[in-house]
Design a protein around this ligand. Structure first.
Ligand code: ADP
Ligand code: MG
Length: 345
């Protein structure tokens, strides 16, 4: 089942929570809605699930007009961060809940519950109560419960949000695996860029109620469409400058070829810490910097560099290079920028 959202709008009083949002989610895909807290992700998902109504716009599931269908008719499963399990029911009863509501026969229900326990790797825990499970296990039961009636669309709202980092990592891997096995069209919401970049086929980046960019992880990381996306997804530095000649931004000895700007435009040049090239001796088109901080980041070393005019940037360089060059706090180095993106501000 595919999802088509067209010109969706939702206000709470005068506050615009969802601002003319349109997108398409392909059948069988795993799509992420990524955005900061308050950007309207949950509202959007709740509208798609039918728990909230839009002010205007349309939602089509499988091409059928579903905008005004009730939740039950939509054949949509959902899991929310705080969508708690029923405490007084066992794991098996929780999973069977959606099946009982739909009045399946007992044998069929029992078989389906076993199948799901196997799918979410919780075999043998069917008689436990939620209080006897870890946070990660509870969310897997919640997923099994959502999957039980064989929904054609699965909506997940920060399903791992409340769990600690290690468990989140495990569940991320597990959900990719689960998605491959079930192939249910899945739309999941997260504010965690690593989660989105790692597991989604496609990502919709949301800001202030609007979709700012849609694409694969690679598109969004390497070709940010707006300055919001450039600074929200991945680590980045920026400097503010303007044209010194037509199609050329100058900042010290840095020269950036750009197009589409007029003289006098305020331009921001964004570049990632791993696109900063550091050398101990000056080369052409480099600026001087002073190391003010060195930080250990596993295989990389992060340098904070004072490049003058009250501007500090970070550079990520391989540990071996940093050690061989003996970079340390207080030392003067020279930097180049190997890749950048520019936006008008
Ligand atoms: P996200 O999930 O991206 O954090 P939400 O969709 O939950 O964002 O909320 C977007 C904005 O809409 C927030 O500023 C929130 O306060 C507001 N909002 C959400 N639900 C309601 C509501 N029922 N009444 C009023 N404001 C709401
Ligand atoms: Mg939310």
């Amino acid at each position: 089942m595919s999802i088509d959202v067209k010109n969706l709008n939702k206000k709470f009083g005068a506050f615009v929570a969802v601002n003319n949002v349109s997108f398409h989610v392909k059948t069988g895909s795993l799509t992420a809605i990524l955005g900061p807290s308050g950007s309207g992700k949950s509202t959007l998902l709740r509208i798609i699930s039918g728990l909230e109504t839009a002010d205007s716009g349309e939602i089509h599931l499988t091409g059928a007009e579903s905008t005004y269908q009730s939740v039950k008719d939509r054949n949509v499963g959902f899991v929310f961060q705080h969508y708690a399990l029923f405490k007084h029911m066992t794991v098996a009863e929780n999973i069977a809940f959606g099946l009982n509501v739909r009045k399946r026969n007992r044998e069929e229900t029992r078989e389906r519950v076993q199948e799901l326990l196997h799918l979410v790797q919780l075999e043998g825990l069917d008689k436990r109560y939620p209080s006897q499970l870890s946070g990660g296990q509870k969310q897997r039961v919640a997923l099994a419960r959502a999957l039980a009636p064989r929904p054609q669309v699965l909506l997940l709202d920060e399903p791992f949000g409340a769990l600690d980092a290690k468990v989140r990592d495990e569940l991320r891997e597990w959900i990719t695996h689960l998605h491959k096995e079930t192939n249910v069209t899945t739309l999941f919401v997260t504010h965690d860029q690593h989660e989105a970049l790692e597991i989604a086929d496609r990502i919709l980046v949301m800001n202030k109620g609007s979709i700012e960019q849609e694409g694969t992880a690679l598109d969004i990381f390497d070709h940010p469409a707006s300055h919001f996306v450039a600074q929200f997804v991945g680590e980045t530095n920026y400097i503010e400058a303007s044209l010194c000649e037509p199609e050329l931004v100058c900042w010290g000895s840095f020269k950036f070829s750009v197009n589409g700007y007029k003289m006098g435009d305020k331009i921001r040049i964004y570049f990632r810490p791993n696109d900063v090239y550091v050398s101990p001796t000056p080369e052409t088109l480099q600026v001087k910097g002073v190391i003010t901080e060195t930080r250990f980041r596993g295989p990389l070393i992060e340098l904070t560099l004072d490049i003058g005019e009250d501007k500090f940037i970070t550079a990520l360089i391989p540990k071996g290079v940093a050690l061989a060059s003996g970079y340390k706090k207080g030392e003067e180095v020279f930097l180049g920028i190997t890749a950048f993106h520019s936006f008008r501000v």
